[in-house]
Design a protein around this ligand. Structure first.
Ligand code: CA
Length: 233
């Protein structure tokens, strides 16, 4: 999916120009016109990067920056500050507060695009440090490691993708066709019963002796990951 940028700016002409340029660069753009909205949107949408103007109504840019850094959901989101000429002192304070970079208005679209690309590149390892969890099961997306109850589970690539799909949709039941499309892709010809084969393998690898079966078979409907079975261990 295209990266989502949150633009926090109250000057309408600049907002429109930024939106136009950023969408042209292939980004999705969300807009907040004040600090309060910015914090709300940042938490709800978890953008990949935040463009934060310094002079804002309701909450100053520096306060927004501070709160973004304090919240778990937004702690690692790169922040690019937008400052006006002559706000040298604010730049230093902004960087101290946790902004990653700043640009002084007016700036060229191409320079802005370059800075954004650099920040996103730098942030990528942190972004993919994401972990998926269900009960005693954890999947580390950066290292491709899966653990159950502290023990490492070695999954083949297809089983890994299957499990990832389940973990990304906790509790949801998928029929074989949906799993085929999600895990193998729509353009690949695979027989439906192939799904059963891989589910069986996934079960065998995930469940050690004496452990509850994490994969739930729903008669006539398909498969799901059991969330509470793991928790009740
Ligand atoms: Ca402003």
């Amino acid at each position: 999916m295209k990266p989502l940028l949150l633009v926090v700016e109250d000057e309408e002409t600049l907002v429109n120009r930024l939106r136009y340029n950023l969408e042209k660069e292939g980004y999705r753009v969300a807009i907040a016109e004040n600090g309060e909205d910015a914090l709300l949107l940042a938490r709800e949408e978890t953008p990949d990067l935040i463009l934060l103007d310094w002079m804002l109504p309701l909450l100053s840019g520096i306060e927004v920056c501070r709160r973004l850094r304090r919240a778990r959901e937004t702690r690692n989101v790169p922040i690019l500050m937008l400052t006006a000429k002559g706000e040298e002192e604010n730049k230093v304070r902004g960087l101290d507060t946790g902004a990653d970079d700043y640009m002084t208005k007016p700036f060229s679209p191409s320079e802005l695009a370059a800075r954004i690309r650099a920040l996103l590149r730098r942030a990528r390892p942190a972004l993919s440090e994401e972990k998926l969890e269900a009960g005693d099961l954890t999947m580390d997306l950066a290292t491709h490691r899966v653990h159950r109850a502290g023990r490492e589970v070695e999954l083949a690539p297809t089983e890994f993708r299957l499990l990832r799909h389940f973990l990304e949709h906790p509790g949801r039941v998928f029929n074989r066709e949906q799993l085929l499309n999600a895990v193998w892709g729509q353009d690949v010809y695979v027989e439906l019963r192939t799904v059963d084969v891989h589910i069986r393998r996934l079960r065998r690898t995930l469940n050690a002796e004496g452990e509850a079966d994490l994969v739930r078979t729903v008669r006539g409907a398909g498969y799901a990951l059991k969330e509470d079975a793991a928790k009740n261990q």
